[in-house]
Design a protein around this ligand. Structure first.
Ligand code: GTP
Ligand code: MG
Length: 298
């Protein structure tokens, strides 16, 4: 499957079917952190996305550099290290602004992917249900739309205006971006409408369960912590279990018999630090299953 972002295309599952001798995508991980150098989570995300990690660099700073994420000195260090590490991709531990991403790519000479794009890619690969797919597509479009906006601002800053087009702004560029943005917005509206329908169906389902007057328990926790395994053990369910992040995207509710009483136990999508806000918005219907519970197991 091809996914296109900023005019670039990348396979969603780079390792599918390929012999894993030398990963096709070899990422150099970068982070701006106030302290420490633990990039374990980013490494785990990349592994789940099928990307090998060939090196890492951490710069200690209170907040990322507004233009280039890392400061100029560290950036040069990373640039020098890329060749030796045989990296063909740079992965960033935070969501980058479109400007930061563009500047980093120019400076480093390789594609740069941020944390949000990695998580969105994983979700896109793991979504099975119609609802899951719609939610992921919505989150991806929101993310892409913000990037297009960034590109537009960039062109405007070059001095583009209808009466006085600036250098680099002539030709189909502007029109194309406007068309893309309009198409993205139309699609977002259509997807939101679809999700509203799903939300309605969920509310009906919940109302039916409500009538059974069973206590509702929901599991909330870090992704890959073992939530689905626990649901299966407690209720005899056969929800998919795998040692990878974000395996479960759709909620499952089963009856759990405890102390001679029936309870409803719900397993749902897991959490991670800095979960992209686009995903939190898009998955609101799913997350409501947790909010609705009488008790949340963490
Ligand atoms: N050692 C050990 N491994 C466990 C335990 N519970 C689950 N696992 C393993 O941990 C991995 C993740 O388990 P899941 O049940 O899929 O975790 P999850 O929280 O549902 O994860 P996501 O749906 O991906 O967010 C699987 O490989 C399980 O076999 C446990 O108690 N001990
Ligand atoms: Mg699970």
């Amino acid at each position: 499957m091809q996914r296109s972002r900023n005019g670039r295309s990348a396979p969603a599952h780079p390792n599918d079917g390929a012999a894993p001798t030398r990963a096709r995508q070899r990422a150099y991980a970068i982070a701006a952190l106030p302290e420490g150098d633990d990039l374990g989570e980013l490494r785990e995300l990349l592994k789940t996305a099928g990307v090998a990690v060939v090196g890492q660099a951490v710069q200690h700073r209170d907040r990322p550099h507004p233009n280039t994420y890392l400061g100029p000195g560290k950036l040069q260090e990373v640039k020098d290290a890329l060749k030796g590490a045989d990296a063909n991709l740079v992965a960033c531990d935070d969501e980058l602004s479109p400007r930061q991403e563009r500047n980093l790519e120019t400076e480093l000479g390789v594609p740069v992917i941020d944390r949000t794009a990695i998580i969105l890619d994983i979700f896109a690969g793991h979504a099975n249900s119609a609802e899951g797919k719609v939610q992921v597509e919505l989150a991806q479009l929101e993310y892409n739309l913000a990037r297009m906006r960034g590109l537009w601002t960039h062109l405007e800053r070059l001095g583009a205006s209808a009466s006085q087009p600036g250098i680099g702004t002539r030709g189909p560029g502007e029109t194309q971006i406007e068309t893309d943005r309009r198409l993205a917005r139309d699609r977002i509206t259509a997807l939101r409408r679809k999700l509203a329908g799903v939300k309605g169906a969920r509310t009906t389902m919940r109302a039916e369960r409500e009538r059974a007057h069973l206590p509702k328990l929901a599991m909330a926790g870090y992704t890959n912590a073992g939530k689905s395994t626990l649901l299966n053990h407690l209720t005899g369910a056969t929800v998919g279990v795998r040692d990878r992040l974000f395996h479960t995207l759709d909620p499952s509710t089963r009856v759990w018999r405890l102390g001679g009483r029936d309870h409803l136990l719900t397993d749902t999508v897991g959490f991670i630090r800095k979960l992209p806000h686009q995903l939190v918005d898009a998955f609101s219907a799913t997350l409501e299953e947790t909010v609705d519970a009488d008790l949340i197991l963490h």
